[in-house]
Design a protein around this ligand. Structure first.
Ligand code: MG
Length: 287
């Protein structure tokens, strides 16, 4: 991994894929799971959050109802892509329908303007969100710190924290109450654990985030979050089960009753279907 860092600046997703392959290999040789290799398997399952992001909210309500029947109780509402009234209406409808049984989170994906973000966020506090994710631009770290100080709901940094350096910077100015960990942002599981360690030392919570991923990357994320000492806010590895039409794993990524199960077995604990891999591959470096 050090050679990869010396050779190429950035490209954390590619480096994460390389590290996943190496850890899977070492795990399969040693008989240990990836979570055991990187720090210990501290849990066997974790709660699953599903992201609600459809401009057609009635369609989202149907999806939420089906997921509720599946045992999912955590929902993350993507906000800031339409007007503020639309966001408030959706929060009100979800709170009315599911009461305190639903764990509601909010994600702006950097969508608010810094100058009046606080006023907008104050309107949301009545709906008791578990956290509010990345309300302003990734580089507006002082603004994010200010928001964290004046808004009661916990604020989560996602795009503002990629790696140990940005985590340290964020911890020093108490930029947020929660950091989102992602294997693909940090460039691997061990790098994401560096972010988790800095967060823990600063009294900042962590959360298991993901990009648009298949079950293979979800498995890596699950092993990462299984090795994190404290995990109160759970994870969002829902895409392989509820989003992708066709996964590349031989066995479905393990989700049951709104819980993600940490795969058993050595390495990542999952196997890629070689036929599907060949079907979806865009290039083969061995040719
Ligand atoms: Mg996010």
């Amino acid at each position: 991994m050090q050679a990869a860092d010396r050779s190429v600046v950035g490209h954390p997703e590619a480096k994460a894929a390389l590290e996943m392959a190496l850890l899977d290999l070492v795990g399969k040789i040693s008989g240990l799971s990836v979570s055991e290799l990187v720090g210990g398997r501290l849990r066997d399952e974790m709660g699953l959050s599903f992201s609600v992001a459809n401009p057609d909210f009635d369609a989202d309500l149907e999806d939420v109802a089906a997921l509720w029947d599946d045992g999912v109780r955590i929902f993350k509402l993507k906000t800031g892509f339409a007007d503020h009234a639309f966001d408030l209406m959706r929060l009100e409808r979800l709170r009315d329908r599911y009461g305190d049984k639903v764990d509601l989170r909010i994600d702006y994906n950097q969508g608010l303007a810094a100058y009046d973000a606080v006023r907008t966020l104050r309107d949301l506090e009545a709906f008791r969100p578990t956290f509010i994710e990345q309300p302003v631009k990734m580089h507006e770290r002082e603004v994010l710190a200010h928001i964290s100080h004046v808004i009661d709901a916990p604020i989560m940094a996602d795009e503002s924290v990629f790696d140990a350096k940005t985590a340290l910077l964020g911890a020093q100015i108490r930029m947020a109450d929660v950091f989102s960990l992602k294997v693909m942002k940090s460039g691997g599981i061990r790098r994401a654990l560096e972010v988790a360690s800095i967060a823990r030392a600063a009294g900042i919570e962590v959360y298991g985030g993901c990009m648009f991923e298949t079950g293979l990357a979800h498995a890596a994320g699950t092993h990462l979050m299984a090795a994190v000492p404290d995990l109160r806010l759970q994870c969002e590895f829902y895409m392989a089960t509820y989003y992708v039409q066709d996964d590349i794993l031989l066995e479905p990524f393990p989700v049951r009753q709104g819980r993600v199960l940490v795969p058993d077995g050595p390495g990542l604990g999952v196997s890629v279907d070689p036929e599907k891999l060949a079907h979806y591959a865009v290039a083969n470096v061995m040719d």
